[in-house]
Design a protein around this ligand. Structure first.
Ligand code: ZN
Length: 85
């Protein structure tokens, strides 16, 4: 499963995988993996612009059980994180 098409898909400038950008609770933009993760901790919402909400572990599990999708922070999953562009 992947994030809905409303989101603009970009490619990570370091590793090249597809990512989407959303605002976190503090209003900061962050990259998320476009492909939903089986153990993701972010809920993506689209009303009023893409936003990412960090979920407690149990809430993320509950969301998936209801058929929702959870996503990972790409800063965490990037295979080339920390490398210079
Ligand atoms: Zn990357």
């Amino acid at each position: 499963m992947t994030a809905p098409a409303e989101l603009k898909v970009k490619h990570c400038s370091r590793c090249g995988v597809e990512i989407v950008w959303a605002r976190n609770e503090r209003g900061r933009w962050m990259p998320l993996d476009r492909v939903a993760a089986a153990n993701g901790r972010y809920d993506l919402q689209f009303s009023g612009g893409p936003s990412a909400r960090f979920l407690p572990f149990d809430d993320a599990s509950a969301l998936r059980r209801r058929g929702g999708m959870t996503f990972d922070n790409h800063f965490k999953t990037c295979t080339k994180r920390g490398q210079k562009k």
